[in-house]
Design a protein around this ligand. Sequence first.
Ligand code: AMP
Length: 936
Amino acid sequence: MWRSSHVSGGNVHYVEALYEQYLADPESVPDEWRSYFDQLPRPEGSPSHDVPLSPVRDQFYQLGRENRPGRVVAAADSGENKKQVKVLQLINAYRFRGHQKANIDPLGLRNPTPVPDLDLSFHQLSKADLDTEFQTGSFFLGIDKAPLRDIVDALERTYCRSIGCEIMHIVDTEEKRWLQRRFESVRSAPEFSADVRKHVLERLTAAEGLENYLASKYPGTKRFGLEGGETFVPMMDELIQRAGGYGTKEVVIGMAHRGRLNLLVNILGKNPTDLIDEFDGKKVIERGSGDVKYHQGFSSNVMSPGGEVHLAMSFNPSHLEIVAPVVVGSVRARQDRRNDEEGNKVLPINVHGDAAFAGQGVVMETFQMSQTRAYKTGGTVHIVINNQVGFTTSHPLDARSTEYCTDIAKMVQAPIFHVNGDDPDAVLHATQVALDYRQQFKKDVVIDLVCYRRRGHNEADEPSGTQPMMYAKIKDHPSSRSLYVKRLVEEGVISEESAKAMIETYRNDLVEGNHVANALVQEPNESLFVDWTPYLGHEWSGNADTTFDMKRLQQLAARMCEVPDGVEVQRQVAKIYEDRRKMQAGGLALNWGFAETLAYATLLEQGHPIRITGQDVGRGTFSHRHAVVHNQKDGSTYVPLQNMADGQPRFTIHDSILSEEAVLAFEYGYSTTAPKDLVIWEAQFGDFFNGAQVVVDQFISSGETKWGRVCGLTMLLPHGYEGQGPEHSSARLERFLQMCAEHNMQVCVPTTPAQIYHLLRRQVIRPLRKPLVVMTPKSLLRHKEAVSSLEDLAHGKFHMVIADQAELAPAKVTRVVLCAGKVYYDLAAWRADNERHDTAILRLEQLYPFPKEELLEALKDYTNVDDIVWCQEEPLNQGAWYSSQHHMRTVADMLKDGLGRDLKFAGRPASAAPAAGYMSVHTEQQRQLVEDAFNL
Ligand code: AMP
């Protein structure tokens, strides 16, 4: 063919156009051309779309030049052939840009950009061609050839009615084909049976009925009503039922405020009476602060064609999008529990608002996680309830720079379906395709439910003040339900009377306090979810039996140091493993990395799965862990803790994406779903958690009191003043301590390998589940004094206070220095150098809950103490001083002689930055604060 006249001379432009067509979509050109183009040279490994046109074009021109004058060129570029190409281009244009012309806005306010590519004239076609038959190429019309009129009609119906499809950004041809087929073969409007449509109407009636009921009973009360977006309810009903049909056992839902109450009552089956109680302001939980009704989560089971499905709607704060990674984390935990690696059994559905979806960075982070090893779940179904107005007063011109609020999803090539909320049939179709796509390809998918907000941001708002045009339109716009009833009556599917009767039935159920979610299972199968009872109702206690049989401990220690033959270990890593072997054999004191790893080994042995993620966790920021050994020969990895014993629990360790916010939220979601597991997030440097501050504030510190959801998440935050400057010194201990109350979390600063060992073990051995924030060391990882023995591990425990280690005569002690963390070693060294036998140094290894009893115990023998000094490396306004001094004073006041003692401060002066940027300043400050501890 290359030598044939088709590609030479005067046909160059024709072939070039055809080739362009092929590059955009190889399937859209006739088979013979495709196989020809397939043979053309292209850059290595490049997908056909990305092939630069010029080299190929040059070949065409070259051939053209080679044509000798007088040589006869066959008229292969007959007018008809050219037009055929143009028709294929037109088809492609609809696929690419049809969504821009689609009727997706129920209010008709969208000013669609003109799309010239969809005009016949743009493709040098005209009305005169409408009756000419053309090949349909890869367009799923059902026939190979059709008059242009029919082709255009089918394209218009498929791409420019109530669904705007964005799928052409997907590179994978199979996926793209699959999606095109789903829409094109039915012109985006499959025929649903009368029963299906009646059911949709019934759910739509429920959605509208609930809002009407609440509006009349509680006018002006905030409920973030769904009015204008009611089709969301039949959509969720379909999603859950269809997922159940696929064999899904659990669905976890992250939900925006708007429509939340509706979903709770009409889909999850919350008893309307309970909701009414909340509207009446009744306190519905015994302990804790509780939360407003539109933040509440809920769990229930519903029946589906595939059996019972457990539904869990996450509790969430006002910070809208942050719940999305929490949901995904919860889903991953459930999938791990079910050994559901594909993601077939548990489905995440995240519901978003348009403005938050476009505006909040955590959305991007969550998409970025979606296909990674640590965080994938087989795809999330995203639904945007797009009321086109944002939060209170926002206009699209202010809300985003992208065309659609969903554009961020294109970064992972998720298909996006914009669908008109006033067309429930179209919504149903988009929903089905979305779920089927997720099941088939195990990737995220987005439905943009374009609707409106009949009332203000909440029911107390007057929206016309800021959106006069939109609200003038909304005032006269019939509800989605009325429009659907009209359509169904016109099509003879239902009578006016039976449509009215639906309203009555629903309202009666509400008034009588009946459940109104039609598939609710009254006696749920509890095996579908975790039994939390062993972990609930425990009062705070810092004690746990974390001892371990010495012989078995040694065996585990030996096993965790084994690396099979054939794995070539890098030199420094080999040295770490070699040292660990010596530690196991008693030839070397134990260091941090050894003790930490052995804590994991023992917990695995005792049946606790472990999950560790964060930046560089496999190696450890400071190279102390090396839990993942990289084979120098082939780059493969070996994880000793995954090879401890047959049938051992899961040990998962993954370097995270470079995010803190979504990653920490994910781990919060995971740990609040997996009570048996040790779940750890480690920051590269402690202060990096401030990129995830929202997760600490709104979930970790307060989730239990607000929602009664306990959480055993562990955060490892490297902390310590070592002259590395303002950003790498402090894990902002003060922020955590400031949030501590009601035993909500534990903040610990362990200073020895045995302490981290017992602390990690205590975290899961005790049935109590509380977040654990650990200020972890940097230089202490290798400090020659910061060592322990196997004895300490086998028979010790986590000491909340460590008594003085020097052999002082208690009666001679006149000063006690209290401290936490690495500064202890500086203080001890200074004391030894200066022979100050009058000063005892006590370490507070747990700062919250404050170990009052243990501190009193450690102080009891010092009967001649004049003063107590709190020494910290952090500046005066940071660290533990402001938040914890009242605890220390209480203890000082409780000393047995009843004499109140002064509590003094030794530390850095108050500072706006966490630490000095110059080593010389750091060193001088450190020297001074240590000296002050003794001499103030
Ligand atoms: P879920 O599967 O999330 O719907 O949870 C099922 C049930 O387990 C809930 O209704 C709660 O009673 C309980 N539960 C789940 N997670 C927690 C948690 N983090 N803390 C306390 N109870 C929980």
